[in-house]
Design a protein around this ligand. Sequence first.
Ligand SMILES: [Zn+2]
Length: 77
Amino acid sequence: MIKPLTCPICDKPLPPQMTQDSGVFPFCSSRCKNVDLFRWSDGKYAIVEDLAQRPDILQEILEDDLFTQSNEEEDIY
Ligand SMILES: [Zn+2]
């Protein structure tokens, strides 16, 4: 039985080519993976929306994303 996987952070369906070998599984992207890691490493930010209120922290995550996943689309929002 196969059910569609969704990103636990942004709730988007994972890309079909996403596998556990991708390095970011089960997240849709390294960005969401980093958000999750950051979220748990710093209990102050319990939900993703909080990160959106902290552009400085979000920037840190995005910069790290660019270094570790240079082959991914760089759709910084
Ligand atoms: Zn995601």
